[in-house]
Write a protein that binds this ligand. Structure first.
Ligand SMILES: *Cc1c(COP(=O)(O)O)cnc(C)c1O
Length: 385
């Protein structure tokens, strides 16, 4: 499995850095488009918040995906990577005026709106430009996803979206406004979801909702079911691709679209997580009273998921064939949460060895900070090494 890394080339690069296997990314994109192209009117918008590395964005755009943005900066990053405005959707509970104006100037496909005050501001700003903004309402479906509490977004208690009972009055209110046009309904129930039953519950809820809208003679052009498909963090080698077939089949079987309605997906993690690894060098092996530590040159400023969510990432020593031994892999930062893994088995590790922290392509590089005045990690692709 070490063969997947160009270890010789790695020796000449300053660590820590991100490494992206673009062949795996392209394979993942082909698996997605193979499923969606079988259905008329299905579109995938890549959730750029998972990873905005320009080299990856270009590959994703070339595969034909659109982009799902949550800030003005992300809209700018997409435009720079060549995405047309017509393939950009813009979501988020707190859009500022300059961000809305940017979306209007770029004639983006749709604003996913999360409150009435936001709708009114979009209407006002669009009027000032003599434009009509296309909007979708993000509804809070009150469907729980069986995932980490910090990344569950579809429950009534979360800050996201508009409550179901407000749906009809909100849509009727919007139809009075001259500079917005309601084109869709948007949902998102969480992240790293592996239980297809959660997506099925969302489909059932959307079906009920569409029936109710029908009774009020309301019909929208598109349904957007958000993202959230999880990946296998335990087995990046054995299961490099998420189960796209099960995911898309769930929607094909359970969601009742009205005639002519299109269906949008916003996948982030599932697109990019497995193609990325954080490569770090072992600085010291420190033997404590009860355990031994591999102290590495990457810390939580480079990859915050373990410290933030107690997330698991598989770690491999890619420069050792020595017999297995047990280590805590820790970073150099003066915080006791700066730990990548506890009590894991690695090939016997010594100073200078390179470790690959796997499945780090999503919410890795993009969440990096300069805490402790560290340099941001660079992202390299297999195309350029
Ligand atoms: C974060 C987010 C996504 C992408 O989530 P993943 O779990 O990375 O697929 C999609 N839609 C919305 C609205 C989001 O906030």
């Amino acid at each position: 499995m070490k063969g997947i890394f160009p270890v010789e080339r790695f020796q000449t690069i300053r660590t820590p850095f991100y490494y992206y296997d673009t062949e795996l990314l392209r394979q993942t994109l082909r698996a997605i488009t193979a499923e969606t192209s079988r259905h008329e009117g299905w579109h995938v918008h890549y959730a750029i918040k998972a990873n905005a590395n320009p080299k990856l964005l270009t590959i994703i755009r070339e595969a034909g995906l659109g982009a799902d943005c949550v800030s003005g900066g992300e809209i700018e990053a997409c435009i720079r990577a060549g995405f047309p405005g017509s393939k950009i959707v813009y979501a988020g509970v707190g859009k500022s005026d300059w961000e809305i104006n940017l979306g209007l100037d770029r004639d983006i496909f749709c604003f996913n709106v999360e409150s009435i005050p936001e709708l009114e501001v979009i209407n006002e700003l669009a009027a000032a430009k003599g434009k009509v903004a296309r909007v979708a309402f993000r509804l809070n479906p009150n469907v729980g996803a069986h995932t980490h509490a910090n990344i569950t977004t579809g429950l009534a208690e979360n800050k996201f979206g508009i409550a179901m009972r407000d749906m009809v009055p909100v849509i009727e209110h919007a139809s009075q406004l001259k500079n917005v046009q309601v084109v869709g309904l948007h949902f998102h129930i969480g992240s790293q979801i592996l239980d297809m039953g959660d997506f099925q519950a969302l489909c059932n809820r959307i079906n009920e909702l569409q029936d109710e809208l029908e009774r009020h003679r309301i019909r929208v052009e598109h349904i957007n079911v958000g993202g959230g498909l999880g990946i296998d963090y335990e087995h990046p080698n054995r299961v490099p691709l998420p189960d796209f077939k099960a995911y898309f089949d769930t929607y094909a079987k359970k969601l009742k679209l009205r005639s002519g309605q299109t269906l949008h997906f916003e996948l982030g993690r599932a697109v990019v997580a497995q193609c990325g690894s954080l490569i770090t060098r072992t600085l010291y092996i420190k033997k404590g009273a009860v355990k031994q530590f591999a102290i590495v040159d990457a810390g939580f400023p480079d990859l915050i998921r373990p410290a933030l969510y107690q997330a698991y990432h598989k770690i491999e020593n890619i420069t050792s064939e020595e017999p297995m031994d047990t280590y805590d892999v820790v970073g150099p930062i003066c915080e006791s949460t700066d730990v990548f893994a506890k009590q894991i088995d690695l090939n016997g590790t010594k100073r200078g060895d390179l470790l690959a922290i796997r499945s780090a392509g999503a919410y890795g590089e993009i969440m990096a900070s300069q805490y402790n005045c560290r340099q941001l990690p660079v992202g390299y692709t297999s195309d350029e090494l």
